[in-house]
Design a protein around this ligand. Structure first.
Ligand code: FMN
Ligand code: SF4
Length: 443
């Protein structure tokens, strides 16, 4: 197994938390180097690297950067550190151990994108991480690495750290931009996408913390080096944050090729208390789960979407969900938030808890999501707590099907997809729970 560590290389190393310590480890040398590079060359290296966005969708970063209009006068770079998807806890950890790596990644990216006024949007609850990051930004400003004449180059690069107020929806990039502008944090209709019309109406690139922290290594060692570390269309390493019923939960940086089973058994010490896997949420709670017989698939982006060992999701027996273009929904690597669920867990209660989250976090702007997530929560609750009615499993499937693809942003799918995924794999458990409720009420 490859031991290459890119974004977690300084985990456990207190030195990296001060600017002097970070520089003694070679920090900020790539930022200096980038100032003498042609910006098109930096973007080319990022394209070659096959770096895919680590915020959830896995969209190729170099391609996204290429969407900026060539004649744009004012461009912004925004780092998404809202990290609120249940099961995801990597960005806070990355910032805590290596705040200057994020700042350096943003400087190099901003130089490439010619972005002068840039922002980090950090989740409101992350107070400790906010303080670490603000201290690091102050240090970088004091040294002249941020400001109006960075590294004496005559170039400008500002980074403003902005705290959110605890709404999951503000992690969605256009809601985030609205929130940054002081508006209500609700998603915008797309198109236009932020790369064309984003913050304050200017072309804007929104990238996740981990995505941006990979940039210095790519520019230092070359895009091909990064691509070769990965597999297929996914360059680099994979950060996963594993929680739930394993012996060794944690944040791990691993090769893209590691399978879910190897990850659970070899890296995380297996399922706790000698139990077995019942289900695994592979990329934050918005992703359909996997069962024990689906775990021999690599945790890489494309494998999770297309490997036929992972069942297509259904919203009722025999009704598979079409993602468009004939592609079936299986699952996705998402944000790397892996939750392992053991075989003594009541799946209907897990599903209810997930639905409760999305119903609470729906911004209410569009009807299928606003009404549908609340309805999913209500029906899944009665099933989970012994009050299910005949037809409830079908009803849950049909509500989920009615939401998916019919909402302004992907929060709708974030509720619908796991609902379909759990129904596909645990239909009998839902039915048994409903049948038991019926028996109980008849008695
Ligand atoms: C409801 C919702 C919440 C999201 N939350 C986050 C988040 O907390 N952090 C994040 O990086 N991306 C989040 N995203 C994805 C962002 O919209 C965006 O795609 C991402 O920040 C782009 O960065 P990347 O290309 O580096 O992945 C969320 C998306 C949705 C629909
Ligand atoms: S899908 Fe939900 S969260 Fe997204 S805009 Fe519509 S109501 Fe708001």
């Amino acid at each position: 197994m490859s031991e290459t560590k890119i974004v977690t290389a300084n985990f456990g190393n207190e030195k990296a938390r001060t600017i002097e310590g970070y520089e003694s480890l070679g920090g900020y040398s790539v930022a200096r180097k980038s100032l003498s590079m042609d910006s098109a060359k930096i973007i080319e290296e990022v394209k070659t690297s096959n770096l895919r966005g680590r915020g959830g969708a896995g969209f190729p970063t170099g391609i996204k950067w290429g969407f900026l209009p060539k004649d744009a006068k004012t461009v912004h770079l925004v780092c998404n550190c809202d990290e609120s998807e249940p099961g995801t806890c990597k960005d806070g950890e990355l910032i805590t151990w290596d705040p200057h790596l994020l700042i350096e990644g943003m400087i190099v990216s901003a130089v490439a994108l010619k972005a002068e006024d840039n922002y980090i949007y950090i989740r409101g609850e992350m107070m400790a991480e906010y303080l670490v990051l603000q201290k690091a930004l102050d240090e970088a400003y004091a040294k002249g690495y941020l400001g109006t004449n960075i590294f004496g180059s005559g170039r400008t690069c500002h980074i403003t750290l902005h705290r959110g107020a605890g709404a999951y929806i503000c992690g969605e990039e256009t809601a985030l931009l609205n929130s940054l502008e002081g508006l209500r944090g609700q998603p915008r209709l797309k198109p236009p996408f932020p790369a064309v019309k984003g913050l304050f109406g200017n072309p804007t690139i929104v990238n996740n913390v981990e995505t941006l922290m990979n940039i210095p290594a790519i520019v230092d060692k070359g895009g091909q080096w990064f691509a070769d570390l990965g597999v297929g269309r996914s360059g680099g390493t994979r950060i996963v944050c594993v929680s739930g019923h394993v012996n060794k939960p944690g944040v791990y940086e691993l090769p893209m090729t590691i399978t879910m089973r190897e990850l659970i058994d070899d890296v995380c010490g297996g399922v706790w208390k000698g139990r077995k896997v019942k289900a695994v949420i592979p990329g934050g709670s918005s992703m359909p789960p996997m069962c024990d017989d689906e775990l021999d698939v690599p945790v890489e982006f494309d494998a999770m979407m297309t490997d036929e060992r992972i069942k297509p999701c259904e919203y009722g027996p025999g009704k598979t969900f079409d993602m468009g273009g004939g592609r079936q929904l299986r699952t996705m690597a998402g944000s790397g938030g892996i939750v392992v669920i053991d075989d003594e867990t009541d799946i209907t209660k897990v599903v209810w808890r997930i639905m409760k989250f999305y119903a609470h976090e729906s911004c209410g702007q569009c009807t299928p999501c606003r009404e549908g997530t609340g309805w999913l929560e209500k029906v899944s609750k009665r099933v989970a707590f012994g009050k299910g009615k005949p037809g409830d499993a079908e009803l849950l499937g049909s509500i989920a099907h009615g939401i998916a693809g019919n909402s302004i942003c992907a929060l709708g799918e974030a509720a619908a997809w796991p609902m379909m995924g759990f129904l596909t794999r645990f239909w009998d458990e839902f039915e048994a729970k409903i049948a038991a409720a019926q028996k109980g009420s008849a008695a």
